[in-house]
Write a new protein. Structure first.
Length: 341
């Protein structure tokens, strides 16, 4: 598919958390790779700030295509801006972009987290919608894969992207094209030139691999590797939901990237502490069940700290809550536990 002279996504800077110096390479890699990934079976709520109905419908179709892989995520449109993790605008003067994965949780509800700056009703627009949703799932730009082997003609890249149709600054060009991610920040998969997260590039920007010196034109849509990546991180398998009772510890023995899910139905309305125990790196997320829809209440990520994930939250009797835990690094014994009191 020829995308010549079409603008491309100008992504927001990835928010990197500070980690202690001296962490072992494997532990660092697991934290970095999984840090943007949602816990599986998360329900992501999206809110349209504005936009014509035809453009909104194009975004809905793109969400449905990701979901149909199938993924262990749920995408729900909401009219409650405060309840949304993804807030979508159609500002034609702001280009197309999205924050990446769990970075969305740090963006105030008053702000946009995804924007579409051109028509989404043609083939290129459909790929754009899939691309920006890919960012929201935790996918970075594919050409910044450190395993790509791409050698750029830097001067040509700057000249192209600072001109029409993108009009980027040199800093934006560096951030979105030339900068390679560190190897410990990605999962090590080979470069996929047909990924939906790949840009198209005109002739003269890529020196190596030589076959792309005449330009790179991805096929458009989700590639086979895109689908495999997404299903690997978000498998559509029904998890076993174990009831977590107050003051009763549950032992966890999870492999890196694996997850445990618990339901909580408190007998008494009061303030509770929910905490993990053990030498692990873990992300813990709590949802409230509102008539079958899970609303995010809060979470904690203890990765690299030597501490444990912990939350203090008020739970109400008669309500049902869902607690999900995803392991990054298993520590020495590979065992941990969870309890609330």
């Amino acid at each position: 598919m020829n995308y010549e002279n079409r603008p491309v996504c100008l992504s927001k800077p990835v928010i990197q958390r500070e980690l202690p110096a001296g962490l072992p390479d494997m532990r660092m890699r697991l934290i970095r790779v999984l840090s943007k990934v949602w816990v599986n079976e998360t329900e992501l709520h999206y809110f349209f700030i504005d936009g014509p109905e035809a453009q909104r419908e194009a975004v809905r179709h793109a969400f449905a295509e990701w979901k149909a892989l199938p993924l262990g995520l749920k995408f729900t449109e909401t009219t409650d801006r405060a309840a949304s993790e993804i807030r979508i605008a159609f500002d034609q003067a702001d280009g197309s972009w999205s924050y990446v994965g769990r970075d969305l949780l740090g963006i105030p509800a008053t702000e946009t987290t995804m924007n579409f700056g051109w028509d989404l009703t043609d083939d290129y627009g459909h790929t754009t919608a899939l691309h920006e949703i890919g960012h929201s799932l935790g996918l970075p730009h594919e050409h910044q894969n450190p395993f790509s082997g791409i050698v750029w003609d830097d001067d040509a890249v700057y000249k192209y992207f600072t001109g029409a149709p993108n009009f980027w600054s040199r800093a934006q060009t560096e951030q979105n094209v030339l900068k390679k991610f560190a190897q410990q920040e990605v999962d090590g998969s080979p470069w996929d030139p047909n990924s939906v997260m790949e840009y198209w590039f005109p002739a003269g920007l890529i020196l190596q691999p030589a076959e792309y010196s005449t330009g790179l034109n991805p096929a458009g849509g989700l590639s086979t590797q895109d689908k495999e990546w997404a299903k690997n991180f978000y498998p559509a398998t029904s998890s076993t939901m174990t009831e977590l009772k107050a003051f009763e510890s549950q032992v966890l023995q999870l492999a890196a990237g694996a997850q445990a899910d618990f339901s909580i139905s408190p007998a008494v309305s009061q303030n509770y502490t929910i905490a993990t125990f053990g030498e692990t790196d873990m992300v813990m997320v709590l949802f409230e069940d509102e008539g079958g829809s899970l609303r995010y209440l809060g979470g904690d990520d203890d990765s690299g700290t030597g501490l444990n994930a912990q939350m203090k939250v008020r739970l109400l009797a008669g309500r049902r809550y869902v607690l999900r835990l995803r392991l990054y690094w298993a520590g020495g014994s590979g065992k941990s536990s969870i309890m609330y009191w």
